[in-house]
Design a protein around this ligand. Structure first.
Ligand SMILES: *[C@@H]1O[C@H](CO)[C@@H](O)[C@H](O)[C@H]1NC(C)=O
Ligand SMILES: *[C@@H]1O[C@H](CO)[C@@H](O)[C@H](O)[C@H]1NC(C)=O
Ligand SMILES: *[C@@H]1O[C@H](CO)[C@@H](O)[C@H](O)[C@H]1NC(C)=O
Ligand SMILES: *[C@@H]1O[C@H](CO)[C@@H](O)[C@H](O)[C@H]1NC(C)=O
Ligand SMILES: *[C@@H]1O[C@H](CO)[C@@H](O)[C@H](O)[C@H]1NC(C)=O
Ligand SMILES: *[C@@H]1O[C@H](CO)[C@@H](O)[C@H](O)[C@H]1NC(C)=O
Length: 767
């Protein structure tokens, strides 16, 4: 998904160059040994003139799927702006962030700021310069040497577990040390006008004897683009910071004014602070976070990082959690650079969705209540249904029942009875801050994700409820379907779900371009979701439903195929074509004409047969129409493989892997989008890609390395992918899975998931 970047165009003039300089990781933070984790470089995806176009990632520390990620704060984050940008020159604190990706804003964050001398609580006043050469950036540990205001230095070290940040500050030659815990700030509203801010009332509660500064922060920047019916009024991020050192003094600060000795305050622009005895060298603080209560934040703290635990122990635990995942793939024949790209991508792919349940309970923004059960957030479904979800099914199967149950919990909480037609649909997207069903992007690809999981044998969730949910997505339009156009990021409207369903799609098979925004993309994306539902119906033996949705899914895309031009083209309610440029979501007629992965044979037929279709694909790529920087193009290079032209898939894939990915800060040429950019690389490097994810099939590409040995979670036998010579030979001569020759470029999920051997015979020339 593309973020709005207009602000950057104005404010970014610096280029990154060699700014990625960093210090070597101290040996204490490189244990236990893991070559894979050592190849994670968290600065990849955080560089360049427009950070949004280079991944929008931050060098954060946290374990896989962590509830909160911790990062040095170099600027105020909001929609399209992350809290850390490499080219910035000062650090203003350390932020426990819930912003899942650059294009969505922050929610319920807490910021911890070390300092010395006079208390400087305001963002503008507290920034400390630093030498980038002193930064250590890893998956589990971050440190930097800050120039303290008033002289001396502060070595700041950071690690984190899922719900607790762990920071250690070492003061050298400074005046009296203090630490600020910021609850509320001036929150930027929306993403176009940075001067438009809101002041939220948060709380601070200080217990000097317990050495605690706790509180809450209700900031939620995405509320303006969420559905009207679920405003989540009770939302707050709660925190409880506990220090290892006794307080010398304490108080709160409001808008930069300190109030010494005050221990309770509810206010805007609010922070709490504690000072420490002069000459205190080290201050160690752990910050539990929660979406339920301060008490729960404290419980999370005690459970995840008990009082005696050192920062070294926390960092080690988090490193072990990463090693447990990343060591599952061992590569042979990869260069250092390729390993760095690969394992950093693997690291990115296992950050989202992030867990939001705490001791088996979670806060739901749909009904403003705390419930029992599993919960996750940050799905970014329009992006991740393509390949990231397939990657999670392979490498995080233990999370799948919880992730799907979490989606179904939303469904239940929005609409306990099925009579309320305008709600209760699986969200279009559950991206951030408990604000679901936002009106950005199109389709209800939760249908695809759930159907894909069902087809691939994932169980452990309520299958019948899942069926009801996807059918409701596909059959119940938004209540204001005839009066709202549902533009991209349209503010102050309700759940978009499948806009246009009632007007024309259900009867004629297309979304009317003169009634709804993005109508061409909607038609194609709804069709894919319908097709995915038909596969779910097959598993349940619901023959009639399967037929109904299959007809819609396979047939409807061609209702908007314009035979006169050979391209897809949105149509108006009366059937007239709306013109080649109307009705596309983050794409154009070139990209969207290929958005019919469920029925490529028919597309090829309409384009005059396989040979002509191959030529059409060539025109698409050679004419620079492919935009790998954004998701709708991701499957296109693999389409050659479906029309007997695999060698061209192999050429295109190898080329994109070089042009759009590298091991520098600007190494991701598009937004990471909760792992989708990386999932493309990871699958491609292994030699196959889920072009039609719900089908459970992968299309063969060109493996990059001589050998990959994969230990899938819960599978005894490793999956060994051997492709000797692949580093220099890009063409696949033959491919064999467990002794069986692959004849049509397709491998089934079922053929991979019990381990075994996938053998590619590579060739230097087209075969
Ligand atoms: C600030 O943003 C809010 C929410 O988008 C909007 O309602 C309000 O009009 C904006 N204010 C200004 C001064 O632009
Ligand atoms: C905060 O203080 C600044 C001056 O430092 C002032 O301009 C601003 O209006 C104050 N904001 C609030 C909300 O009091
Ligand atoms: C929209 O209008 C159509 C045609 O007039 C009607 O059949 C449909 O029920 C309306 N949809 C909604 C959600 O009101
Ligand atoms: C569907 O039918 C097949 C074959 O008759 C059977 O094995 C399977 O258990 C059925 N599945 C369900 C969910 O009824
Ligand atoms: C069909 O609808 C379009 C868009 O509303 C309009 O411009 C066109 O004149 C209509 N054509 C007919 C034949 O009614
Ligand atoms: C596939 O392409 C090759 C040439 O590249 C050709 O010899 C072969 O007949 C084609 N097969 C089919 C099924 O079209």
């Amino acid at each position: 998904m593309l973020a709005d970047v207009s602000i950057y165009l104005l404010s970014f003039l610096l280029s990154v160059g060699s700014a990625a300089l960093a210090k070597a990781v101290p040996p204490a933070f490189r244990r236990p040994a893991s070559d894979a984790v050592d190849h994670v470089d968290p600065i990849i995806g955080n560089g360049g003139v427009i950070p949004s176009h280079t991944g929008g990632m931050i060098p954060s520390t946290a374990p896989p799927f962590a509830m909160t990620r911790w990062v040095a704060q170099t600027r105020q984050n909001y929609v399209s702006v992350p809290p850390y940008i490499l080219t910035d020159t000062s650090i203003h604190g350390f932020q426990g962030t819930h912003q899942p990706a650059i294009w969505m804003g922050e929610s319920g964050q807490v910021i911890v700021v070390p300092g010395a001398g006079n208390i400087r609580s305001k963002f503008e006043d507290r920034g400390m310069t630093f030498d980038k050469g002193t930064e250590v950036r890893t998956a589990s540990y971050y440190s930097v040497e800050l120039d303290a205001l008033g002289g001396g230095t502060i070595l700041a070290e950071q690690s984190a577990t899922s719900r607790v940040g762990h920071l250690r500050f070492t003061f050298q030659h400074t005046s009296t040390p203090y630490v600020i815990v910021e609850a509320t700030r001036a929150a930027v509203v929306g993403h176009t006008d940075t001067t438009n801010t809101t002041l939220h009332i948060g709380s601070i509660r200080i217990d000097p004897h317990a050495r605690e500064i706790c509180g809450s922060n209700p900031e939620r920047q995405d509320s303006i683009i969420g559905p009207l019916s679920t405003p989540a009024r009770g939302f707050s991020g709660y925190f409880c910071a506990r220090f290892a050192q006794p307080f010398a003094s304490w108080g709160v600060a409001t808008n930069g004014t300190t109030h010494a000795g005050v221990t309770r305050r509810d206010d805007r622009l609010l922070s709490g602070f504690a000072t420490f005895a002069p000459f205190t060298k080290v201050v160690d603080v752990r910050i539990g976070v929660s979406f339920i209560s301060i008490e729960q934040a404290r419980r999370n703290l005690d459970r995840e990082i008990p009082d005696s635990e050192t920062l070294e122990a926390t960092a080690r635990k988090t490193r072990v959690a990463w090693a447990e995942k990343l060591d599952r793939i061992q590569l042979e024949g990869a260069t250092e650079k390729q390993k760095t790209i690969f394992y950093t991508g693997f690291f990115h792919s296992l950050q989202y969705p992030y867990e939001t349940s705490e001791e088996g309970r979670y806060y739901s923004g749909f009904d403003d209540q705390v419930h029992q059960g599993d919960s996750y957030n940050g799905y970014s479904i329009w992006d991740t249904f393509r390949a990231e979800w397939a990657w999670l099914i392979l490498f995080a199967p233990e999370r799948m029942p919880g992730m799907i149950t979490s989606m179904l919990n939303d469904f239940k909480e929005v609409c306990p009875s099925f009579l309320d037609f305008h709600a209760g649909l699986i969200r279009v997207d559950r991206e951030v801050g408990f604000q679901n069903g936002r009106t950005s992007s199109v389709g209800t690809h939760a249908d695809s994700q759930i159907s894909e999981a069902v087809v691939k044998g994932v169980r452990g969730f309520d299958l019948e409820l899942a069926w009801q949910a996807v059918v409701k997505d596909a059959s119940v339009p938004p209540v204001d379907d005839n009066t709202t156009i549902y533009g991209d990021r349209q503010e102050n409207v309700d759940y978009e779900v499948r806009s246009g369903l009632s007007t024309v799609y259900a009867q004629n098979g297309w979304v009317a371009s003169d009634v709804h925004s993005e109508a061409g993309s909607c038609t194609l994306d709804y069709s894919y979701d319908d097709y995915a539902i038909s596969l779910f119906a097959d598993v349940l033996n619901k023959t009639e439903d399967a037929q109904f949705y299959r007809d819609r899914g396979l047939g409807n895309p061609f209702k908007i195929f314009n035979d006169a031009t050979g391209f897809m083209e949105a149509r108006n309610a009366n059937g007239s074509f709306a013109g080649p440029d109307a009705g596309w979501t983050e794409g154009d007629k070139w990209i969207y004409t290929f958005d019919v992965v469920q029925n490529i044979p028919e597309l090829a037929r309409r384009r005059g047969g396989n040979a002509n279709f191959v030529q059409f694909l060539d025109e698409h790529f050679d004419g620079a129409h492919n935009q790998h920087t954004n998701e709708p193009s991701h499957h296109i290079p693999y389409l050659y493989g479906l029309v007997n032209a695999s060698s061209k898939t192999q050429e295109r894939v190898r080329s994109i892997a070089v042009t759009d990915y590298d091991d520098t800060p600007t190494g991701l040429l598009g937004n990471e989008d909760c792992g989708q950019m990386s999932a493309w690389y990871l699958f491609s490097a292994l030699g196959f890609y889920p072009v039609d994810p719900a089908s459970g099939n992968y299309v063969i590409g060109s493996p990059f390395f001589d050998k990959a040995t994969i230990r899938l979670p819960g599978v005894a036998r490793p999956l060994v992918i051997s492709s000797p010579g692949a580093p220099s030979q890009i063409y696949v001569k033959t491919s064999v899975i467990n002794g069986e020759k692959i004849s049509n470029s397709i491998i089934a999920h079922e053929q991979l998931i019990h381990g075994g051997e996938l053998q590619f015979e590579m060739s230097l020339v087209v075969v």
